[in-house]
Design a protein. Structure first.
Length: 175
């Protein structure tokens, strides 16, 4: 487990997959700025079993152990890409900004990578604020990256370079 101040990141285990499948197909949790997803538990299980070694799926957990969101990372060559979502009832409390900061610490401490990046819908103000708070810079607009809610959507590409990160901001302990 990766320990933060108010939120910890805990690896998603096989037995957690039904909960993840429910979250991913819930429009309130995932759907506003992301492609609509209907994934069977069997398909999710297949994805989980076949995911590459340098890909990670984590829950965001409050200090009382309750699961309030998810955050993942996956490899794009010498870059890691992250994605995340928080339960509607737990938004705007600072949890995602902290979870992203912990994830950035973890990835730069554990992997020989030059950068971490995230794509976020141009209209997703909350996600762009999260990335800014975690030290990411906006690189530009990537046009027509996804189709959802009946239209092609543009995304902003954000990144943080190893030299901009410099040192861990939150992560001091793993258990
Ligand atoms: C985007 C999301 C992850 C933000 O999570 P969160 O835990 O609410 O983020 P934080 O509490 O760390 O918020 C960081 C800042 O953004 C602001 N913010 C959060 N949601 C916002 C919104 N919808 N509109 C405007 N500002 C918002 C917060 O108030 C905070 O600002 P502050 O530091 O000035 O107070 C969450 O809204 C979510 O899960 N959305 C659906 C899934 C999604 O879009 N994921 C991202 C895909 S790239």
């Amino acid at each position: 487990m990766l320990e933060g101040k108010n939120v910890n990141l805990r690896i998603v285990e096989k037995e957690d997959l039904p909960l993840v499948a429910d979250w991913l197909s819930n429009l309130d949790f995932f759907g506003e700025y992301n492609p609509l997803m209907q994934m069977s538990k069997a398909d999710l299980q297949k994805m989980y079993d076949n995911k590459p070694q340098d890909e990670g799926w984590f829950f965001m957990e409050k200090k009382d152990g309750s699961k309030i969101g998810n955050i993942s990372h996956s490899s794009r060559g010498r870059t890691q890409e992250i994605g995340y979502a928080v339960l509607p009832s737990e938004r705007k409390k600072g949890y995602c900004s902290e979870a992203v900061t912990v994830m950035v610490d973890y990835l730069f401490l554990s992997k020989d990578i030059a950068r971490i990046q995230a794509h976020t819908d141009v209209k997703n103000e909350g996600s762009q604020k999260v990335l800014g708070k975690a030290g990411f810079k906006k690189e530009g607009i990537v046009r027509k990256t996804a189709f959802f809610w009946g239209e092609w959507r543009d995304a902003c590409l954000y990144s943080i370079l190893r030299e901009e990160w410099k040192e861990p901001r939150i992560l001091t302990k793993t258990t």
